[in-house]
Design a protein around this ligand. Structure first.
Ligand code: SAM
Length: 465
């Protein structure tokens, strides 16, 4: 008998089978979609357009899961529990393709799904897939939602998000913004990269990417950033391999700009792996001074080291410790700038990791917020009098962000919020209308604002002794 977490029928061939293998891994092994997809694409040898199709099928299917399952549960007996996991994944991705990827002719999509079903299962499964998909095509997809739904239920079904999450966002941000967050979560992210200012200007990076056929332009959000369409995977470019740029979301690039470390300073990054922000801080320090990059997982030290080496940075020192123990481990040392880029629920990166919205629970948010408050206490301890503490997360849950910061400040009167952010950041926010009146030094970026990840950053200052 086939092991439940192994896709039957051998190595996936072609974009749809690669996507099927990835969805099957996410479903049966709880694999991360991005990691699973990268590995599968590398092993597949697919052309760039086919890799793009497999990517769209994987992310789209996970993004639209509750809408797809709602419909399939009406058509397939015992859905989902009594249907083999790989058949579930095949039906879901075929549904996604028929409804939202209409550039592929519908009959071709159905024939291909039936071929895969027969190849990996048997004629009976082929018959089931054929019947379900042809039934969908016959009846059409435009089903009116019942009237009288609450706003949360309506948005949840129209935008394929769990209702508890939509309810939360309506309470925190209002109905209109909650809907825009959900829409943005269903929009594929553009690729973005950060110029290593020690080796290249961003104008040079833009020009080099354009000469390779990409549609590249300067980021509207970060002074170091470049956004690129039709560029393929930027990690495979010479620009990346030569250390002239780093692949990073535009919102993350704001952290080093806001921390604003100067050459010669001592800087600590408490939760550093894989090193995106540590290396950015070091680049902005012109590789002068000391950057201590710590992470709890010893095996991740090598990831940070690799990035520092690739970028030609020698001021980065790596270490592995629980950040809660750093005050004891670093014995009396203190730092001009401390960054706590905390582990979080990731609700700001749903467009990149759509499984987050189905896997996270309100309890996860509460327990993460409790951990973040402890991590803030430990990090604050290591800031010099007059020094800076920056707290960031890639989530949009208030408990993990503004509330965690307020709790920290209430316990530590020696700290205060610091709104004196560098003009390069404040002007961008002001011009786009996202600098709130009475700006306090905390920023919550939502994913629809700049098309970046949802991200939170607070800058605090420790009083001089
Ligand atoms: C948001 S990620 C950091 C991303 C990183 N700053 C970057 O820009 O590349 C959070 C990191 O915190 C680490 N982590 C989780 N709990 C930790 C703890 N108690 N102490 C130190 N690091 C921790 C995780 O291993 C993970 O690498």
């Amino acid at each position: 008998m086939n092991k439940p977490n192994r896709l039957p029928g051998g190595k996936p061939q072609g974009a749809r089978e690669v996507a099927l293998g990835v969805l099957h891994g996410v479903e049966t092994r709880g694999a991360y979609s991005g990691l699973e997809l990268n590995q599968a694409l590398q092993a597949s040898g697919l052309s760039r357009p086919d890799a793009a199709l497999a990517t769209e099928l994987v992310y789209g299917t996970i993004q639209r899961l509750n809408t797809i399952d709602d419909e399939l549960s009406r058509r397939v007996k015992g859905w989902p529990g009594k249907v083999e996991p790989w058949v579930r994944s095949l039906l879901r991705l075929s549904y996604y393709q028929l409804r939202w990827l209409t550039r592929v002719p519908a009959h071709a999509a159905v024939d291909e799904a039936v071929r895969i079903a027969k190849k990996r299962g048997h004629a009976g499964i082929g018959g089931l897939v054929n019947g379900v998909l042809r039934g969908l095509l016959r009846d059409g997809f435009a089903r009116e939602l019942p009237t009288g739904l609450t706003a949360a239920k309506r948005i949840s079904l129209e935008q394929s998000h769990p209702e508890w999450l939509v309810t939360r966002w309506i309470a925190e941000y209002g109905e209109e913004t909650a809907e825009r967050i959900c829409e943005a979560n269903n929009t594929p992210p553009h690729a973005s990269a950060r110029a290593n200012r020690m080796k290249a200007t961003r104008e040079e990076i833009v020009a080099a990417l354009r000469s390779e056929g990409a549609e590249a332009s300067p980021s509207a959000l970060s002074a170091d950033g470049v956004v690129a369409e039709k560029a393929g995977n930027l990690v495979h470019t010479a620009l990346y391999k030569e250390g002239r740029m780093t692949v990073q979301d535009e919102s993350s690039m704001l952290v080093a700009a806001i921390a604003d470390p100067k050459p010669g300073m001592r800087v600590l990054d408490c939760c550093a792996a894989p090193g995106g922000k540590s290396t950015h801080l070091a680049e902005r320090m012109n590789d002068e001074g000391t950057l201590v990059a710590n992470d709890v997982h010893p095996h991740k030290e090598a990831l940070v080291r690799q990035q520092a080496d690739r970028l030609g940075l020698s001021c980065v020192r790596t270490m592995a410790a629980d950040a809660l123990e750093l005050p004891a481990k670093l014995g009396g040392q203190s730092f001009d700038v401390v960054l706590l880029d905390a582990p979080c629920s990731g609700l700001g990166v749903i467009r990149r990791k759509p499984e987050i919205k189905w896997n996270k629970t309100p309890d996860d948010i509460a327990s993460l917020a409790a951990l973040q408050e402890k991590l803030l206490d430990a990090s604050g301890f290591l800031v010099k009098p007059g020094g800076t503490l920056v707290y960031s997360t890639c989530t949009i849950a208030k408990e993990e962000n503004e509330q965690a910061v307020r709790t920290f400040l209430s316990r530590h009167p020696e700290f205060e919020l610091d709104a004196s952010w560098p003009p390069e950041v404040l002007e961008t926010l002001r011009e786009s209308g996202y600098l709130p009146d009475g700006f306090s030094g905390m920023l919550q970026l939502l994913p629809h604002m700049f098309g970046s990840d949802g991200f939170f950053i607070a800058r605090m200052r420790r009083q001089s002794a």
